[in-house]
Structures are given as structure tokens and as C-alpha cells.
Design a protein around this ligand. Structure first.
Ligand SMILES: *Cc1c(COP(=O)(O)O)cnc(C)c1O
Length: 390
């Protein structure tokens, strides 16, 4: 049976090595790591992650349902989101998840009502906007006052006063998430300092929180993925171990997405045409922004390798572009071995915010996923040869 390009290829061995490195790096038994499902929600990926004991971080009702179906326990699931629908809140509350991260006082009122309808007390964390600059791309910054996320620090006292009046809510924690693809530890240190101040203030109100959730955001090496396939989890967790004034009996929760799954995934695509333009060569491939939108959406860099080229032919410069009718449908400009129709390109570091963000724009088919523990990449590529374009 022929395999169609483009397709996603996941290196399950690398995913497992990443998860092993992550779990080995956790410095304290009161640290609990959740996987942010929105980064990649393939069943195979979720079940592998679950084997390593991570909880789940969800941002929709359907993600909660997916997490439960892949073996995550309800009491290890947290829900965030600036606009949770009533139906999503029902899903969260009726399943008794660990915590709903509430992003506004308006939302508290609604959660209280829905909890009452379910005759349950819902555990609430306040998602707080700490106004910390994550120093990342502005479209993936979430912890600045100008962003839509969270309750401003100045409103926390009012939120506490409100929640005290709500019998179906129990305030159990505080939650933060300042952004994504964060490579410097400085923003995380600043976050710790903000959390420490706030913890003192909340304690002064007579409230003892059970958990502090510092969100996710640890970045990966998109520039040289083969040299750094696994992020430095040890350095990351050490920041929180060192800088956060955790009280006895408090747990610290993390919500890592990208750093867990980004490097294990590649988008594999076939070259359809090589066109000599007036100023450059275009390698037109059969994957587009419909399969991987990150370059078009955030100007993201992905390493691209022609894995079937004949190196003896020499090199040339190419603009690697997709077939979609949008000028932003460009994967990158790079020097590659002389490239021709039928060559296979590997677009690397595509395991996070890749397949999950794909669309059927132009009524294109959905790319399928293949896994390294069933066949290696070479063998999958061999099977594409049986398709019309050899
Ligand atoms: C997206 C998201 C995450 C994961 O972010 P990464 O950068 O992929 O680690 C964690 N928490 C929340 C609330 C999110 O929205």
C-alpha cells in the first residue's frame, strides 16, 4: 500500500528519551508535570506520554475527553482557557478534574452556577497575569498586561472576596503561563519572584493554597535540532526549585507542551517542481501551510533537509514553498543539494503546534501520521515511491 506525502513522522524513541530525561530532571516529589495537549493530540503521542506519569493540561472540553480516553486520570487534568463555554465547564466539573484555571471574575460566577447544577464543588485556580515579559515572539507572549489572558495582580483581592461568596467553588491554587518558546531562564526567575510576592499577599488574606501552577513555555532548539534534540529540563526545573518559596504541603505544577513533543516530529514532503524564478529557485513541495502553519503564522524557522538528494551534484539556493494560494506559504530560504522533482524533504522540529494546527484549506486532504516504532523513515519513504509520482 502506497503512503501519500505529505505525512507526519514521529520518532517515538526520541519522544521516550525526552520523557525519560524530563522525569529524571524533576528535583522534588512535590513537582507535578502536566503535558499541554494542545501541542500535539495524537493518541499514540498521548498514550506514550501517559506511560511516564505526566498529567494533562487542557484548553478545551474536547481535550479533556481526549485525555480521559488516552488514560489520564481526571484528578490529573487541569483546564485553562480565556473563553470556556458552558458545555466545556460542564465536562470539566462533571468529570471532577483537578483544577479549573479561572481567568476572570465574570467567569467565576458562571463556574459557580454550573457547579451548582452538577451539585459539586469545583476546584478553582486563579490564572493570574503577572505582567512578565517572556522575551519571545509577540504572538506567543501571554503574560503581559496587554494580553487577553488571566486576572491582573491588582484584581486578585477582589477575586478572593468574590470567591468567598460562592459556595460551589473552592480556591485551591494559582496559575500562570507567560508564553511559549522561552529560551532564557530570566523570565522564569522573574515569574518566581512575582509568585512569591503574591503568595505572601494571598496568605495574608488567610488562604492556604494547595498548588502553584507555573504553566509551560520552555523552548527548544529549532536552529540545530540534531545537536540538541532534548531540552535542558534540569536547568529549567532547577530555576523553580531554587527561586520559588514553596510552602510545606504545596505542590508545584508545570504544563509543558512544545518541549516534550516538538523535536520528535517531522513533516515529510515531496518536491513537485523546481522552478527557476527571476531572482531565485523555488522548490515547490506538496506540503503547505495547511500541514504546518508555523512559518506563515509566526515567521518560525524550521530546519529543512533534502534527505534523498545526490550530494555529488553540488549545492544551490532555494526558497522552499508550498502549493497553497497564499504568498505566506513559505517554509524557508536555504542552501540545499541540487534538488529535483521527486526528492523528499524533511522539515524538522514539527512535533509541536504542527499537525494540531493543520487545516483543510483548499479542500486538501489531512496528512496522516506514521511512527518510528512501526517502520523507520527510510522504509516509509520507500513506500511513497509506489504512488503516482515516483
Ligand atoms: C499552550 C499552553 C501551555 C504549553 O505551552 P508550551 O510553550 O507548549 O510549553 C501551557 N499552559 C497553558 C495554559 C497553555 O495555554
Amino acid at each position: 500500500m502506497a503512503i501519500q506525502t505529505p505525512f507526519y513522522y514521529y520518532d517515538i524513541e526520541l519522544l521516550e528519551a525526552t520523557l525519560q530525561s524530563l522525569t529524571d530532571a524533576v528535583p522534588s516529589s512535590n513537582f507535578k508535570v502536566h503535558y499541554a495537549i494542545k501541542a500535539n493530540a495524537e493518541d499514540r503521542i498521548l498514550k506514550t506520554i501517559r506511560k511516564y506519569g505526566l498529567g494533562a493540561d487542557c484548553v478545551s472540553g474536547n481535550e479533556i475527553t481526549k485525555a480521559l480516553s488516552c488514560g489520564f486520570e481526571a484528578n490529573e487534568i487541569v483546564l485553562a482557557g480565556v473563553g470556556k463555554s458552558d458545555a466545556e465547564l460542564h465536562t470539566a466539573i462533571s468529570n471532577g478534574i483537578h483544577s479549573i484555571n479561572c481567568e476572570s471574575i465574570e467567569e467565576l460566577v458562571v463556574i459557580n452556577e454550573i457547579a451548582e447544577q452538577n451539585n459539586r464543588v469545583a476546584n478553582i485556580s486563579f490564572r493570574i497575569n503577572p505582567n512578565v515579559d517572556a522575551k519571545t515572539h509577540h504572538k506567543i507572549t501571554t503574560g503581559l498586561s496587554e494580553n487577553k489572558f488571566g486576572i491582573p495582580i491588582s484584581e486578585v483581592s477582589r477575586a478572593i472576596a468574590e470567591i468567598r461568596k460562592m459556595p460551589f467553588l473552592s480556591l485551591s491554587g494559582i496559575h500562570f503561563h507567560i508564553g511559549s518558546q522561552i529560551l532564557s531562564m530570566d523570565p522564569f526567575i522573574k515569574l518566581c519572584n512575582q509568585v512569591n510576592t503574591l503568595l505572601d499577599e494571598i496568605e495574608a488574606e488567610g488562604i492556604n493554597l494547595e498548588h502553584i501552577n507555573v504553566g509551560g513555555g520552555l523552548g527548544i532548539d529549532y536552529l540545530t535540532p540534531d545537536e540538541n534534540p532534548i531540552p535542558d529540563f534540569e536547568k529549567y526545573f532547577a530555576v523553580f526549585h531554587e527561586h520559588l518559596n514553596v510552602r510545606e504541603n504545596q505542590t508545584v505544577h508545570f504544563e509543558l507542551g512544545r518541549s516534550v513533543v516538538a523535536q520528535c516530529g517531522s513533516l515529510i514532503s515531496k518536491v513537485l517542481y523546481v522552478k527557476k524564478g527571476a531572482t531565485k529557485n523555488f522548490a515547490i513541495i506538496d506540503a503547505g501551510m495547511t500541514e504546518l502553519i508555523r512559518p506563515a503564522l509566526y515567521d518560525s524557522y524550521h530546519e529543512i533537509e533534502n534527505i534523498t538528494a545526490d550530494a555529488a551534484l553540488g549545492q544551490d539556493n532555494y526558497s522552499v514553498v508550498g502549493p497553497i494560494c497564499e504568498s505566506s506559504d513559505v517554509f524557508g530560504e536555504l542552501e540545499m543539494p541540487i534538488t529535483k522533482r521527486g526528492d523528499i524533504l524533511q522539515i524538522k522540529s514539527a512535533g509541536a503546534y504542527g499537525q494540531v494546527l493543520s487545516s483543510n484549506y483548499n479542500l486538501r486532504d489531512s496528512a496522516l501520521a506514521y511512527y518510528s516504532d512501526e517502520n523507520d523513515l527510510k522504509s516509509y519513504i520507500g513506500q511513497t515511491k509506489e504512488s503516482a509520482l515516483a
